[in-house]
Write a protein that binds this ligand. Sequence first.
Ligand code: VG1
Ligand code: CO
Length: 544
Amino acid sequence: MTAPLTVPTRPIEGQKPGTSGLRKKTRVFMEPGYLENFVQAIFDAIGGAAGKTFVLGGDGRYFNDRASQTILRMAAANGAARVIVGQGALLSTPAASHLIRLRGTDGGLILSASHNPGGPDEDFGLKFNTPNGGPAPEGVTEAIHAATLGLSAYRTLETPDIDLSALGEVRLGDMTVEVVDPVADYAALMERLFDFGAIRALREGGFSMRFDAMCAITGPYATEILENRLGFPKGTVVHGTPLPDFGGMHPDPNPTWAHELMDLMMGPEAPEFGAASDGDGDRNMIVGRGTYVSPSDSLAVLVANAHLAPGYAAGLKGVARSMPTSAAADRVAQAMGLAAYETPTGWKFFGNLLDAGRATLCGEESFGTGSDHVREKDGLWAVLLWLNILAARGQGVAEILSDHWQRYGRNYYSRHDFEAIETVKADAMMTALRARLADLPGTEHEGRAVASADDFAYTDPVDGSVSTGQGVRIVFEDGARIVLRLSGTGTSGATLRVYLERYVPGPEDLRLDPQEALAPIIRAAHALADIPGYTGRTAPDVIT
Ligand code: VG1
Ligand code: CO
Protein backbone atom coordinates (compact mmCIF):
# COMPACT_ATOMS: atom_id res chain seq x y z
CA MET A 1 0.00 0.00 0.00
CA THR A 2 1.00 3.61 -0.54
CA ALA A 3 1.86 5.56 2.59
CA PRO A 4 -0.22 8.74 3.08
CA LEU A 5 1.69 11.96 2.54
CA THR A 6 1.28 14.94 4.81
CA VAL A 7 1.61 18.03 2.65
CA PRO A 8 2.26 21.32 4.48
CA THR A 9 -0.32 24.00 3.73
CA ARG A 10 -1.51 27.22 5.28
CA PRO A 11 -4.94 28.63 6.00
CA ILE A 12 -6.68 30.12 2.96
CA GLU A 13 -8.91 33.15 3.45
CA GLY A 14 -12.39 33.24 1.96
CA GLN A 15 -13.20 29.52 1.98
CA LYS A 16 -16.56 30.19 3.55
CA PRO A 17 -19.35 27.97 2.22
CA GLY A 18 -22.35 30.05 1.06
CA THR A 19 -25.99 29.19 0.34
CA SER A 20 -24.91 25.80 -0.97
CA GLY A 21 -21.26 24.99 -0.56
CA LEU A 22 -18.14 26.83 -1.66
CA ARG A 23 -18.29 28.48 -5.10
CA LYS A 24 -15.37 30.24 -6.75
CA LYS A 25 -13.85 30.85 -10.15
CA THR A 26 -12.56 27.55 -11.55
CA ARG A 27 -9.01 28.89 -11.70
CA VAL A 28 -9.13 29.69 -8.00
CA PHE A 29 -10.19 26.11 -7.25
CA MET A 30 -7.30 24.91 -9.44
CA GLU A 31 -4.64 26.88 -7.55
CA PRO A 32 -2.21 24.55 -5.80
CA GLY A 33 -3.60 23.48 -2.44
CA TYR A 34 -6.92 25.33 -2.77
CA LEU A 35 -9.23 22.35 -3.33
CA GLU A 36 -7.09 20.22 -1.02
CA ASN A 37 -7.41 22.75 1.81
CA PHE A 38 -11.18 22.78 1.60
CA VAL A 39 -11.48 18.99 1.37
CA GLN A 40 -9.19 18.51 4.38
CA ALA A 41 -11.26 21.09 6.27
CA ILE A 42 -14.43 19.11 5.49
CA PHE A 43 -12.91 15.89 6.80
CA ASP A 44 -11.55 17.63 9.91
CA ALA A 45 -14.86 19.39 10.59
CA ILE A 46 -16.82 16.12 10.62
CA GLY A 47 -14.45 14.44 13.04
CA GLY A 48 -12.20 12.80 10.45
CA ALA A 49 -12.83 10.39 7.59
CA ALA A 50 -11.41 7.24 9.17
CA GLY A 51 -13.54 4.16 8.53
CA LYS A 52 -16.26 6.21 6.83
CA THR A 53 -18.14 5.78 3.55
CA PHE A 54 -18.85 8.73 1.27
CA VAL A 55 -20.63 9.39 -2.02
CA LEU A 56 -18.77 11.41 -4.66
CA GLY A 57 -19.86 12.88 -7.98
CA GLY A 58 -20.55 16.09 -9.80
CA ASP A 59 -22.27 17.80 -12.68
CA GLY A 60 -19.45 17.14 -15.16
CA ARG A 61 -18.25 20.72 -15.45
CA TYR A 62 -14.63 21.60 -16.23
CA PHE A 63 -12.26 20.31 -13.49
CA ASN A 64 -14.90 17.78 -12.25
CA ASP A 65 -12.65 14.90 -13.42
CA ARG A 66 -9.41 16.08 -11.84
CA ALA A 67 -11.02 17.30 -8.64
CA SER A 68 -12.64 13.85 -8.19
CA GLN A 69 -9.24 12.15 -8.38
CA THR A 70 -7.82 14.58 -5.80
CA ILE A 71 -10.72 13.95 -3.45
CA LEU A 72 -10.42 10.18 -3.80
CA ARG A 73 -6.71 10.29 -2.92
CA MET A 74 -7.40 12.51 0.05
CA ALA A 75 -10.27 10.33 1.28
CA ALA A 76 -7.98 7.29 1.12
CA ALA A 77 -5.14 9.12 2.88
CA ASN A 78 -7.56 10.25 5.58
CA GLY A 79 -8.54 6.64 6.23
CA ALA A 80 -11.98 6.44 4.57
CA ALA A 81 -13.21 2.87 4.06
CA ARG A 82 -15.19 3.36 0.86
CA VAL A 83 -16.19 6.00 -1.64
CA ILE A 84 -19.17 5.37 -3.94
CA VAL A 85 -18.58 7.33 -7.16
CA GLY A 86 -20.92 7.88 -10.07
CA GLN A 87 -19.47 6.53 -13.32
CA GLY A 88 -17.32 9.21 -14.96
CA ALA A 89 -17.46 11.05 -11.61
CA LEU A 90 -20.99 12.14 -12.53
CA LEU A 91 -23.98 12.45 -10.21
CA SER A 92 -26.80 14.96 -10.17
CA THR A 93 -27.33 16.64 -6.82
CA PRO A 94 -30.65 14.84 -6.15
CA ALA A 95 -29.19 11.48 -7.24
CA ALA A 96 -26.22 12.03 -4.90
CA SER A 97 -28.66 12.86 -2.08
CA HIS A 98 -30.56 9.64 -2.79
CA LEU A 99 -27.38 7.50 -2.86
CA ILE A 100 -26.16 8.99 0.42
CA ARG A 101 -29.44 7.89 2.02
CA LEU A 102 -29.94 4.61 0.19
CA ARG A 103 -26.50 3.31 1.09
CA GLY A 104 -26.54 4.62 4.67
CA THR A 105 -23.31 6.54 4.18
CA ASP A 106 -21.53 9.18 6.23
CA GLY A 107 -22.28 11.88 3.67
CA GLY A 108 -21.16 12.97 0.24
CA LEU A 109 -19.08 15.45 -1.67
CA ILE A 110 -20.80 17.03 -4.66
CA LEU A 111 -18.80 18.89 -7.28
CA SER A 112 -20.89 21.65 -8.78
CA ALA A 113 -21.50 25.35 -8.95
CA SER A 114 -25.11 24.48 -9.76
CA HIS A 115 -26.71 27.01 -12.12
CA ASN A 116 -23.49 29.01 -12.59
CA PRO A 117 -21.72 28.59 -15.97
CA GLY A 118 -18.79 26.16 -16.17
CA GLY A 119 -15.39 26.20 -17.86
CA PRO A 120 -11.82 27.29 -17.05
CA ASP A 121 -12.93 30.94 -16.82
CA GLU A 122 -16.29 30.27 -15.21
CA ASP A 123 -17.31 28.72 -11.90
CA PHE A 124 -16.59 25.61 -9.87
CA GLY A 125 -17.89 24.50 -6.51
CA LEU A 126 -17.87 21.83 -3.85
CA LYS A 127 -20.46 21.07 -1.22
CA PHE A 128 -20.64 18.56 1.57
CA ASN A 129 -23.92 16.78 2.27
CA THR A 130 -24.58 15.14 5.61
CA PRO A 131 -25.73 11.52 6.19
CA ASN A 132 -29.41 12.55 5.85
CA GLY A 133 -28.57 13.43 2.23
CA GLY A 134 -29.02 17.17 2.67
CA PRO A 135 -26.70 20.17 2.36
CA ALA A 136 -24.61 20.69 5.48
CA PRO A 137 -26.55 22.85 7.97
CA GLU A 138 -25.05 26.12 9.22
CA GLY A 139 -23.39 24.48 12.24
CA VAL A 140 -21.43 22.19 9.91
CA THR A 141 -20.56 24.85 7.30
CA GLU A 142 -19.30 27.06 10.14
CA ALA A 143 -17.15 24.21 11.47
CA ILE A 144 -15.76 23.68 7.94
CA HIS A 145 -14.95 27.36 7.63
CA ALA A 146 -13.29 27.38 11.06
CA ALA A 147 -11.22 24.35 10.01
CA THR A 148 -10.00 26.14 6.84
CA LEU A 149 -8.57 28.87 9.07
CA GLY A 150 -6.53 26.51 11.21
CA LEU A 151 -5.04 24.12 8.66
CA SER A 152 -1.31 23.40 8.57
CA ALA A 153 -1.28 20.27 6.40
CA TYR A 154 -3.48 18.03 4.25
CA ARG A 155 -3.20 14.31 3.66
CA THR A 156 -3.02 12.66 0.28
CA LEU A 157 -1.50 9.71 -1.59
CA GLU A 158 0.89 9.63 -4.51
CA THR A 159 -0.94 7.29 -6.86
CA PRO A 160 -1.96 7.27 -10.52
CA ASP A 161 -5.51 8.28 -11.46
CA ILE A 162 -8.24 5.68 -11.09
CA ASP A 163 -10.30 4.63 -14.11
CA LEU A 164 -13.76 5.96 -13.26
CA SER A 165 -15.26 4.94 -16.60
CA ALA A 166 -15.68 1.26 -15.66
CA LEU A 167 -18.34 0.05 -13.21
CA GLY A 168 -17.13 -2.05 -10.29
CA GLU A 169 -14.74 -1.88 -7.35
CA VAL A 170 -11.08 -0.93 -7.24
CA ARG A 171 -8.67 -0.32 -4.38
CA LEU A 172 -6.93 2.95 -3.67
CA GLY A 173 -4.50 2.45 -0.81
CA ASP A 174 -6.62 0.81 1.89
CA MET A 175 -9.85 2.28 0.54
CA THR A 176 -12.43 0.77 -1.81
CA VAL A 177 -13.65 2.89 -4.70
CA GLU A 178 -17.01 1.66 -5.96
CA VAL A 179 -18.01 3.03 -9.36
CA VAL A 180 -21.80 2.90 -9.84
CA ASP A 181 -24.29 3.74 -12.59
CA PRO A 182 -25.29 7.32 -11.68
CA VAL A 183 -28.84 6.94 -13.06
CA ALA A 184 -30.10 3.46 -12.06
CA ASP A 185 -31.03 3.94 -8.38
CA TYR A 186 -32.52 7.37 -9.02
CA ALA A 187 -34.65 6.13 -11.92
CA ALA A 188 -35.94 3.26 -9.75
CA LEU A 189 -36.96 5.77 -7.07
CA MET A 190 -38.90 7.84 -9.63
CA GLU A 191 -40.74 4.71 -10.81
CA ARG A 192 -41.87 4.09 -7.24
CA LEU A 193 -43.15 7.64 -6.71
CA PHE A 194 -45.00 8.19 -9.99
CA ASP A 195 -47.54 6.41 -12.14
CA PHE A 196 -45.39 5.70 -15.18
CA GLY A 197 -48.29 3.75 -16.75
CA ALA A 198 -50.54 6.81 -16.64
CA ILE A 199 -47.81 9.02 -18.13
CA ARG A 200 -47.22 6.47 -20.90
CA ALA A 201 -50.95 6.46 -21.63
CA LEU A 202 -50.92 10.25 -21.79
CA ARG A 203 -48.09 10.10 -24.33
CA GLU A 204 -49.90 7.45 -26.36
CA GLY A 205 -52.85 9.85 -26.52
CA GLY A 206 -50.66 12.28 -28.48
CA PHE A 207 -49.21 14.37 -25.66
CA SER A 208 -45.81 15.80 -26.62
CA MET A 209 -43.06 17.43 -24.61
CA ARG A 210 -39.52 18.77 -24.71
CA PHE A 211 -36.94 18.61 -21.95
CA ASP A 212 -33.92 20.92 -22.20
CA ALA A 213 -30.99 19.54 -20.17
CA MET A 214 -28.88 22.59 -21.07
CA CYS A 215 -25.77 20.42 -21.74
CA ALA A 216 -25.65 19.67 -18.02
CA ILE A 217 -26.09 16.69 -15.73
CA THR A 218 -29.80 15.89 -16.21
CA GLY A 219 -29.21 14.74 -19.81
CA PRO A 220 -28.50 11.07 -18.97
CA TYR A 221 -31.24 10.99 -16.32
CA ALA A 222 -33.90 12.55 -18.56
CA THR A 223 -32.96 10.38 -21.54
CA GLU A 224 -33.25 7.20 -19.48
CA ILE A 225 -36.49 8.17 -17.74
CA LEU A 226 -38.40 10.15 -20.37
CA GLU A 227 -37.25 8.44 -23.57
CA ASN A 228 -36.25 4.91 -22.53
CA ARG A 229 -38.73 4.20 -19.74
CA LEU A 230 -41.69 6.45 -20.57
CA GLY A 231 -41.32 6.03 -24.33
CA PHE A 232 -41.19 9.66 -25.42
CA PRO A 233 -39.58 9.83 -28.89
CA LYS A 234 -35.82 10.31 -29.31
CA GLY A 235 -35.13 14.01 -29.44
CA THR A 236 -37.59 14.81 -26.64
CA VAL A 237 -34.52 15.53 -24.52
CA VAL A 238 -32.36 18.24 -26.10
CA HIS A 239 -28.85 19.31 -25.10
CA GLY A 240 -28.70 15.92 -23.40
CA THR A 241 -24.95 15.35 -23.22
CA PRO A 242 -23.18 16.89 -20.21
CA LEU A 243 -20.27 19.03 -21.46
CA PRO A 244 -17.41 20.56 -19.42
CA ASP A 245 -18.44 24.07 -20.49
CA PHE A 246 -22.17 23.22 -20.83
CA GLY A 247 -21.74 23.97 -24.53
CA GLY A 248 -21.41 27.64 -23.60
CA MET A 249 -24.94 27.61 -22.16
CA HIS A 250 -25.72 29.21 -18.82
CA PRO A 251 -27.43 26.20 -17.22
CA ASP A 252 -29.96 28.19 -15.24
CA PRO A 253 -33.52 27.16 -16.15
CA ASN A 254 -35.32 30.48 -16.28
CA PRO A 255 -36.95 32.35 -19.18
CA THR A 256 -33.78 34.39 -19.79
CA TRP A 257 -31.24 31.55 -19.94
CA ALA A 258 -33.52 28.82 -21.26
CA HIS A 259 -34.68 31.13 -24.05
CA GLU A 260 -34.50 28.40 -26.71
CA LEU A 261 -37.12 26.38 -24.85
CA MET A 262 -39.17 29.51 -24.13
CA ASP A 263 -39.20 30.50 -27.81
CA LEU A 264 -40.41 27.03 -28.76
CA MET A 265 -43.10 26.96 -26.07
CA MET A 266 -44.44 30.41 -26.98
CA GLY A 267 -44.35 29.73 -30.74
CA PRO A 268 -46.63 27.92 -33.21
CA GLU A 269 -44.73 24.59 -33.00
CA ALA A 270 -44.99 24.29 -29.22
CA PRO A 271 -45.49 20.84 -27.72
CA GLU A 272 -47.94 20.52 -24.83
CA PHE A 273 -45.29 20.63 -22.16
CA GLY A 274 -41.74 21.92 -21.76
CA ALA A 275 -39.22 21.76 -18.95
CA ALA A 276 -35.57 22.51 -18.24
CA SER A 277 -33.12 21.82 -15.46
CA ASP A 278 -29.89 23.39 -14.20
CA GLY A 279 -26.20 22.44 -14.04
CA ASP A 280 -26.50 19.94 -11.18
CA GLY A 281 -30.10 18.87 -11.82
CA ASP A 282 -31.83 20.21 -8.75
CA ARG A 283 -33.78 23.04 -10.40
CA ASN A 284 -36.72 22.98 -12.80
CA MET A 285 -38.62 25.33 -15.04
CA ILE A 286 -42.11 24.29 -16.11
CA VAL A 287 -43.77 25.70 -19.24
CA GLY A 288 -47.03 24.73 -20.85
CA ARG A 289 -47.88 25.52 -24.47
CA GLY A 290 -47.98 29.33 -24.44
CA THR A 291 -47.96 29.33 -20.63
CA TYR A 292 -45.03 30.00 -18.33
CA VAL A 293 -45.47 28.69 -14.78
CA SER A 294 -43.74 30.79 -12.14
CA PRO A 295 -41.88 28.61 -9.61
CA SER A 296 -43.98 29.91 -6.72
CA ASP A 297 -47.17 28.99 -8.59
CA SER A 298 -45.68 25.63 -9.53
CA LEU A 299 -45.14 24.83 -5.85
CA ALA A 300 -48.73 25.81 -5.05
CA VAL A 301 -50.12 23.63 -7.86
CA LEU A 302 -47.98 20.68 -6.76
CA VAL A 303 -49.17 21.02 -3.17
CA ALA A 304 -52.80 21.10 -4.31
CA ASN A 305 -52.42 18.04 -6.58
CA ALA A 306 -49.58 15.87 -5.25
CA HIS A 307 -52.04 13.28 -3.87
CA LEU A 308 -52.76 12.31 -7.50
CA ALA A 309 -49.31 10.66 -7.66
CA PRO A 310 -48.88 7.25 -5.97
CA GLY A 311 -45.93 8.39 -3.82
CA TYR A 312 -48.10 11.09 -2.22
CA ALA A 313 -51.50 9.39 -2.27
CA ALA A 314 -51.66 9.41 1.52
CA GLY A 315 -51.53 13.23 1.51
CA LEU A 316 -48.90 15.68 2.68
CA LYS A 317 -47.63 16.22 6.22
CA GLY A 318 -46.87 19.87 5.65
CA VAL A 319 -45.42 22.39 3.26
CA ALA A 320 -42.34 24.59 3.53
CA ARG A 321 -41.22 27.47 1.37
CA SER A 322 -38.34 29.91 1.57
CA MET A 323 -39.25 33.38 2.82
CA PRO A 324 -38.80 35.14 -0.57
CA THR A 325 -41.06 32.56 -2.28
CA SER A 326 -44.61 33.82 -2.81
CA ALA A 327 -47.39 32.95 -0.39
CA ALA A 328 -49.33 31.04 -3.09
CA ALA A 329 -48.48 27.69 -1.47
CA ASP A 330 -49.60 28.98 1.95
CA ARG A 331 -53.11 29.55 0.60
CA VAL A 332 -53.35 25.96 -0.56
CA ALA A 333 -51.90 24.69 2.71
CA GLN A 334 -54.47 26.67 4.64
CA ALA A 335 -57.35 25.36 2.54
CA MET A 336 -56.10 21.80 2.95
CA GLY A 337 -55.41 22.15 6.68
CA LEU A 338 -51.66 21.56 6.26
CA ALA A 339 -48.88 23.04 8.36
CA ALA A 340 -46.93 25.71 6.44
CA TYR A 341 -43.36 26.78 7.23
CA GLU A 342 -41.35 29.79 6.07
CA THR A 343 -37.57 29.30 6.06
CA PRO A 344 -34.52 31.31 4.97
CA THR A 345 -33.21 30.90 1.41
CA GLY A 346 -31.29 27.67 0.76
CA TRP A 347 -32.34 24.04 0.80
CA LYS A 348 -30.41 23.27 3.98
CA PHE A 349 -33.15 24.91 6.02
CA PHE A 350 -35.73 22.34 4.88
CA GLY A 351 -33.65 19.39 6.13
CA ASN A 352 -34.85 19.33 9.73
CA LEU A 353 -38.51 19.75 8.74
CA LEU A 354 -38.23 16.85 6.29
CA ASP A 355 -36.31 14.64 8.75
CA ALA A 356 -38.85 15.33 11.49
CA GLY A 357 -41.77 14.46 9.20
CA ARG A 358 -43.24 17.96 9.51
CA ALA A 359 -43.07 18.79 5.79
CA THR A 360 -43.47 16.63 2.69
CA LEU A 361 -43.15 19.23 -0.08
CA CYS A 362 -40.74 22.17 -0.14
CA GLY A 363 -40.04 24.91 -2.63
CA GLU A 364 -38.15 28.05 -3.48
CA GLU A 365 -38.93 30.82 -5.94
CA SER A 366 -35.57 30.12 -7.61
CA PHE A 367 -36.94 27.18 -9.63
CA GLY A 368 -36.47 24.67 -6.82
CA THR A 369 -39.07 22.14 -5.69
CA GLY A 370 -38.67 18.86 -3.92
CA SER A 371 -40.05 16.46 -1.34
CA ASP A 372 -39.04 14.08 1.41
CA HIS A 373 -37.90 11.46 -1.17
CA VAL A 374 -34.41 13.04 -0.95
CA ARG A 375 -32.96 15.99 0.96
CA GLU A 376 -32.25 18.27 -2.01
CA LYS A 377 -34.49 19.99 -4.48
CA ASP A 378 -35.03 17.82 -7.52
CA GLY A 379 -35.57 19.07 -11.06
CA LEU A 380 -36.67 15.87 -12.82
CA TRP A 381 -38.84 14.89 -9.88
CA ALA A 382 -40.83 18.11 -10.34
CA VAL A 383 -41.19 17.43 -14.07
CA LEU A 384 -42.47 13.91 -13.39
CA LEU A 385 -44.90 15.11 -10.72
CA TRP A 386 -46.30 17.65 -13.19
CA LEU A 387 -46.61 14.92 -15.85
CA ASN A 388 -48.36 12.64 -13.37
CA ILE A 389 -50.80 15.44 -12.46
CA LEU A 390 -51.47 16.29 -16.13
CA ALA A 391 -52.15 12.61 -16.79
CA ALA A 392 -54.42 12.21 -13.77
CA ARG A 393 -56.43 15.37 -14.39
CA GLY A 394 -56.58 15.08 -18.16
CA GLN A 395 -56.04 18.84 -18.44
CA GLY A 396 -53.30 21.04 -19.87
CA VAL A 397 -50.95 23.32 -17.95
CA ALA A 398 -52.88 26.50 -18.84
CA GLU A 399 -56.18 25.02 -17.67
CA ILE A 400 -54.73 23.77 -14.40
CA LEU A 401 -53.14 27.14 -13.69
CA SER A 402 -56.27 29.12 -14.44
CA ASP A 403 -58.42 26.77 -12.31
CA HIS A 404 -55.92 27.24 -9.53
CA TRP A 405 -56.10 31.06 -9.66
CA GLN A 406 -59.91 30.99 -9.85
CA ARG A 407 -59.98 28.99 -6.69
CA TYR A 408 -57.20 30.55 -4.61
CA GLY A 409 -56.59 33.94 -6.20
CA ARG A 410 -53.25 34.88 -7.75
CA ASN A 411 -50.02 35.98 -6.10
CA TYR A 412 -48.41 38.10 -8.80
CA TYR A 413 -44.73 37.58 -8.34
CA SER A 414 -41.37 38.46 -9.85
CA ARG A 415 -37.70 38.48 -8.90
CA HIS A 416 -35.36 41.17 -10.22
CA ASP A 417 -31.62 40.46 -10.09
CA PHE A 418 -28.99 43.18 -10.26
CA GLU A 419 -25.73 41.36 -10.97
CA ALA A 420 -22.04 42.13 -10.42
CA ILE A 421 -22.60 45.24 -8.33
CA GLU A 422 -19.51 46.45 -6.49
CA THR A 423 -19.67 44.67 -3.15
CA VAL A 424 -19.07 47.83 -1.09
CA LYS A 425 -21.98 49.59 -2.80
CA ALA A 426 -24.38 46.69 -2.31
CA ASP A 427 -23.34 46.36 1.32
CA ALA A 428 -23.76 50.08 1.92
CA MET A 429 -27.26 49.98 0.45
CA MET A 430 -28.35 47.04 2.61
CA THR A 431 -26.79 48.57 5.75
CA ALA A 432 -28.59 51.86 5.18
CA LEU A 433 -31.88 50.10 4.53
CA ARG A 434 -31.55 47.93 7.62
CA ALA A 435 -30.88 51.04 9.71
CA ARG A 436 -34.17 52.58 8.53
CA LEU A 437 -36.47 49.59 9.00
CA ALA A 438 -37.95 50.75 12.30
CA ASP A 439 -39.05 54.05 10.70
CA LEU A 440 -40.85 52.49 7.74
CA PRO A 441 -44.18 51.28 9.20
CA GLY A 442 -46.91 53.84 8.50
CA THR A 443 -45.04 55.55 5.65
CA GLU A 444 -46.72 55.66 2.21
CA HIS A 445 -45.16 54.50 -1.06
CA GLU A 446 -46.95 54.52 -4.41
CA GLY A 447 -50.24 54.84 -2.55
CA ARG A 448 -49.58 51.93 -0.21
CA ALA A 449 -48.81 52.13 3.51
CA VAL A 450 -46.09 49.96 5.03
CA ALA A 451 -47.52 47.58 7.65
CA SER A 452 -44.24 46.05 8.82
CA ALA A 453 -40.54 45.99 7.96
CA ASP A 454 -37.90 43.65 9.35
CA ASP A 455 -34.77 41.64 8.68
CA PHE A 456 -35.90 38.03 8.50
CA ALA A 457 -34.70 35.79 11.32
CA TYR A 458 -35.56 32.12 11.59
CA THR A 459 -35.74 29.84 14.56
CA ASP A 460 -35.64 26.22 13.45
CA PRO A 461 -38.73 24.59 14.98
CA VAL A 462 -36.92 21.26 15.32
CA ASP A 463 -33.53 22.09 16.84
CA GLY A 464 -34.07 25.70 17.93
CA SER A 465 -31.08 27.04 16.00
CA VAL A 466 -31.40 30.70 15.02
CA SER A 467 -30.39 32.28 11.68
CA THR A 468 -30.45 36.06 11.48
CA GLY A 469 -29.96 38.63 8.72
CA GLN A 470 -31.75 36.50 6.11
CA GLY A 471 -33.23 39.35 4.08
CA VAL A 472 -35.15 42.58 4.47
CA ARG A 473 -38.90 42.31 4.02
CA ILE A 474 -41.29 45.20 3.71
CA VAL A 475 -44.96 44.27 3.85
CA PHE A 476 -47.74 46.70 2.89
CA GLU A 477 -51.19 46.92 4.41
CA ASP A 478 -52.80 45.21 1.42
CA GLY A 479 -50.37 42.28 1.73
CA ALA A 480 -48.10 43.36 -1.14
CA ARG A 481 -44.47 42.68 -0.30
CA ILE A 482 -40.91 43.65 -1.20
CA VAL A 483 -37.96 41.49 -0.14
CA LEU A 484 -34.31 42.46 -0.67
CA ARG A 485 -31.28 40.27 -0.07
CA LEU A 486 -27.79 39.72 -1.42
CA SER A 487 -27.01 36.43 -3.15
CA GLY A 488 -24.80 33.86 -1.44
CA THR A 489 -23.93 31.93 -4.62
CA GLY A 490 -22.40 34.56 -6.93
CA THR A 491 -18.68 34.64 -7.65
CA SER A 492 -18.11 38.17 -8.94
CA GLY A 493 -19.12 41.24 -6.94
CA ALA A 494 -22.54 41.23 -5.29
CA THR A 495 -25.90 40.22 -6.73
CA LEU A 496 -28.89 42.08 -5.34
CA ARG A 497 -32.13 40.12 -5.47
CA VAL A 498 -35.38 42.08 -5.20
CA TYR A 499 -38.49 39.93 -4.76
CA LEU A 500 -41.86 41.51 -5.55
CA GLU A 501 -45.31 40.22 -4.74
CA ARG A 502 -48.93 41.35 -4.82
CA TYR A 503 -52.07 39.31 -4.21
CA VAL A 504 -55.23 39.58 -6.33
CA PRO A 505 -58.18 37.54 -5.00
CA GLY A 506 -60.00 37.40 -8.37
CA PRO A 507 -62.24 36.61 -10.12
CA GLU A 508 -61.14 39.75 -12.08
CA ASP A 509 -57.57 40.76 -12.90
CA LEU A 510 -56.18 37.22 -12.87
CA ARG A 511 -54.60 37.55 -16.33
CA LEU A 512 -52.46 40.67 -16.06
CA ASP A 513 -48.85 40.77 -17.13
CA PRO A 514 -46.89 40.26 -13.88
CA GLN A 515 -44.51 43.18 -14.54
CA GLU A 516 -47.50 45.47 -15.09
CA ALA A 517 -49.38 44.12 -12.11
CA LEU A 518 -46.29 44.74 -9.99
CA ALA A 519 -45.26 48.12 -11.47
CA PRO A 520 -46.09 50.24 -8.39
CA ILE A 521 -44.37 47.73 -6.08
CA ILE A 522 -41.28 47.80 -8.31
CA ARG A 523 -41.18 51.61 -8.21
CA ALA A 524 -41.58 51.55 -4.44
CA ALA A 525 -38.68 49.09 -4.09
CA HIS A 526 -36.34 51.27 -6.14
CA ALA A 527 -37.24 54.33 -4.11
CA LEU A 528 -37.29 52.72 -0.65
CA ALA A 529 -33.84 51.17 -0.95
CA ASP A 530 -32.50 53.91 -3.26
CA ILE A 531 -31.24 51.24 -5.65
CA PRO A 532 -30.19 53.76 -8.33
CA GLY A 533 -28.43 55.99 -5.82
CA TYR A 534 -26.33 53.24 -4.28
CA THR A 535 -25.74 50.97 -7.25
CA GLY A 536 -26.12 53.26 -10.26
CA ARG A 537 -28.57 50.73 -11.73
CA THR A 538 -32.04 51.61 -12.88
CA ALA A 539 -33.02 48.24 -14.36
CA PRO A 540 -32.32 44.61 -13.40
CA ASP A 541 -30.11 42.25 -15.42
CA VAL A 542 -32.40 39.25 -15.08
CA ILE A 543 -36.14 39.16 -14.45
CA THR A 544 -37.82 35.90 -13.47
C1 VG1 B 1 -29.71 30.88 -5.00
C2 VG1 B 1 -31.21 30.84 -4.84
C3 VG1 B 1 -31.59 29.93 -3.69
C4 VG1 B 1 -30.99 28.54 -3.94
C5 VG1 B 1 -29.49 28.65 -4.14
C6 VG1 B 1 -28.85 27.34 -4.50
O1 VG1 B 1 -29.11 31.40 -3.84
O2 VG1 B 1 -31.74 32.13 -4.67
O3 VG1 B 1 -32.99 29.88 -3.58
O4 VG1 B 1 -31.25 27.71 -2.84
O5 VG1 B 1 -29.21 29.56 -5.20
O6 VG1 B 1 -29.44 26.79 -5.64
P1 VG1 B 1 -28.65 32.94 -3.72
O7 VG1 B 1 -27.99 33.04 -2.37
O8 VG1 B 1 -27.74 33.20 -4.86
O9 VG1 B 1 -29.89 33.76 -3.83
V1 VG1 B 1 -28.56 25.74 -6.64
O10 VG1 B 1 -29.53 25.11 -7.79
O11 VG1 B 1 -27.55 26.94 -7.28
O12 VG1 B 1 -27.76 24.72 -5.61
CO1 CO C 1 -28.61 23.60 -8.75
